[in-house]
Ligand binder design. Structure first.
Ligand code: BES
Ligand code: MN
Ligand code: MN
Length: 477
């Protein structure tokens, strides 16, 4: 890279700029336009889990396809039994490296709506108390903003050199936030069109606002809904109280039994396939210096609530968990209503690691619940999502290439981290297509993903695009 040197006129310097320099300069010059494009995308209410927003999901898919077409990339919107997949291919040639870029255009629901400072689908720029500037909207980070970092990098390469340094196949889906149900079938059906040396995913985070990261492990997920039923109707709690089973009490007792007082999960066999961290990985994580205070303070907490004998970084990256995500039953309206409800239900999820098998964990959970049902109570289950845990190979050549590119952009060594969240399709890239994945993203811990006032720092958006521009070149050799 050539820096403007003393004594050189601007023109002389320009003459010695590399293609990459020009691409980075192009991204800088396009800042406002790229924000306009992102804002348009963010204004579409593509909430995938709620059928009421199916048309908006379609609109988001078509808007992406139209945007990709402006890069001369033939984009198609493929229907599925759920929301459509956007499929696009940059021009192919036999000699070049081929990547698959995966992201999602769907977003999480926005509730509770009254906690948003401005409407979730009216994107705006906010200045944070510490002076950082950020885009605020549902999907600003997860995953529309992150997807656009990659597309903007491609756009700049195309504008400057006429092509992207590697052949890119785009697969941008609309069901990630509700479990990617129809994508494995779509991948299998389009296997012939999905050859690639590596999959690139921009849906993860940085270590901190100054330190870029590559994520090498994702937790898996089992998401269950359990409904406990008692009497055949709601009952007067004075007339029947004492004699009738209360499904809320039964459910609460079962939920309370899932963890012991050391924060360990008590379901038989739960830890069977959970490996200890390799020493080298543990050492590198310890070196990152995460403290419970630093991690929890940002959300108003102080004391880690997970397994007692584990570091907080293990609790979020490499240990399995169980959380209750929602609970429902009985009277929740204003005032008092004396009732014993006929049923109570909860949404319960498990984050999985190592070799834990989602099907086995689901069965063990259901057996655990059934074993605790008192007389007169029954349980029904609904399966919402399953995704196996992922561990990526630290020795992938593309990982080293991306790491160097990130380090150059941020002026700080990129670190290798885990991720507590899940991206269901990553396992299928390997299983169905035989392709490894490189997880690079620019989310920050304070981005409030899935929460009100979701944001994406302007620095993440801008330097994210610059990072991808560098990675695309690094992957081409
Ligand atoms: N982008 C997230 C995963 C993630 C979360 C990465 C936090 C980095 C930091 C993804 O969109 C997500 O939310 N996944 C869901 C999957 C589920 C709904 C099937 C998750 O992890 O809960
Ligand atoms: Mn995401
Ligand atoms: Mn998400």
């Amino acid at each position: 890279m050539v820096e403007p040197g003393a004594g050189k006129s601007g023109n002389e310097w320009k003459a010695t700029m590399t293609d990459l320099d020009k691409v980075l300069a192009r991204i800088d010059a396009e800042r406002d336009n790229s924000l306009d494009r992102l804002f348009k995308f963010l204004s579409i209410k593509s909430i995938s889990t709620d059928p009421a927003y199916a048309d908006e999901c379609r609109a988001a898919a078509f808007s992406l396809a139209a945007d990709l077409s402006t890069l001369d990339i033939a984009a198609e919107v493929h229907p599925t039994d759920g929301h459509p997949v956007v499929f696009a291919k940059s021009t192919a040639s036999d000699r070049r490296k081929r990547v698959i870029f995966y992201g999602h255009y769907d977003v999480q629901p926005v509730d509770p709506l009254d906690l948003w400072e401005t409407p979730p689908f009216e994107p705006r720029i906010a200045t944070l108390p510490d002076g950082r500037r950020a885009i605020v909207a549902r999907g600003a980070c997860d995953d529309k903003g992150q997807v656009m970092t990659f597309i903007e990098a491609c756009r700049a390469w195309k504008a400057v050199t006429g092509s992207i340094p590697v052949d890119v196949t785009f697969v941008i889906e609309g069901e990630e936030e509700c479990g990617s149900k129809h994508l494995p079938g779509w991948l299998a059906a389009h296997k012939a069109d999905l050859a690639g040396d590596i999959a690139l995913v921009c849906d993860t985070g940085m270590w901190d606002p100054a330190t870029p990261a590559i994520t090498t492990a994702l937790r898996g997920l089992v998401y269950e809904e359990v409904r406990i039923k008692g009497a055949d109707r709601d009952l007067h709690s004075g007339v029947f109280g004492g004699a009738a089973q209360n499904p809320i009490r039964v459910l609460a007792k079962i939920i309370a039994a899932i963890h012991d007082s050391d924060g360990r999960i008590t379901i038989p066999g739960f830890y069977d396939d959970v490996p200890e961290l390799p020493d080298a990985v543990k050492k590198s994580w310890v070196a990152l210096g995460m403290t419970p205070e630093k991690f929890l303070r940002q959300v108003g907490l102080a004391v880690p609530a997970g397994e007692k004998d584990r570091l907080v970084i293990e609790q979020i990256f490499s240990r399995p968990t169980c959380d209750v995500n929602g609970i429902l039953g009985g009277y929740t309206g204003p005032g008092a209503k004396t009732v014993i409800p006929a049923e109570a239900s909860a949404k319960i999820s498990f984050r999985l690691v190592g070799n834990q098998d989602p099907a086995k964990i689901r069965d063990a959970f259901r057996a655990f619940v059934r074993a605790r049902l008192p007389a007169d109570c029954t349980a029904e289950f609904a399966d919402h999502t399953a995704a196996p845990p992922i561990a990526l190979d630290w020795r992938l050549p593309q990982l080293a290439e991306a790491r160097t590119a990130l380090t150059q952009e941020w002026g700080k060594e990129a670190v290798l981290i885990g991720c507590g969240g899940s991206i269901p399709i990553v396992a299928d890239f390997k299983r169905l297509l035989g392709i490894d994945t490189l997880l690079v993203g620019f989310a920050l811990d304070d981005d409030r993903v899935h929460s009100p006032n979701e944001k994406y720092d302007l620095t993440s958006f801008h330097k994210g695009a610059r990072s991808w521009a560098r990675i695309l070149e690094a992957l081409a050799v």
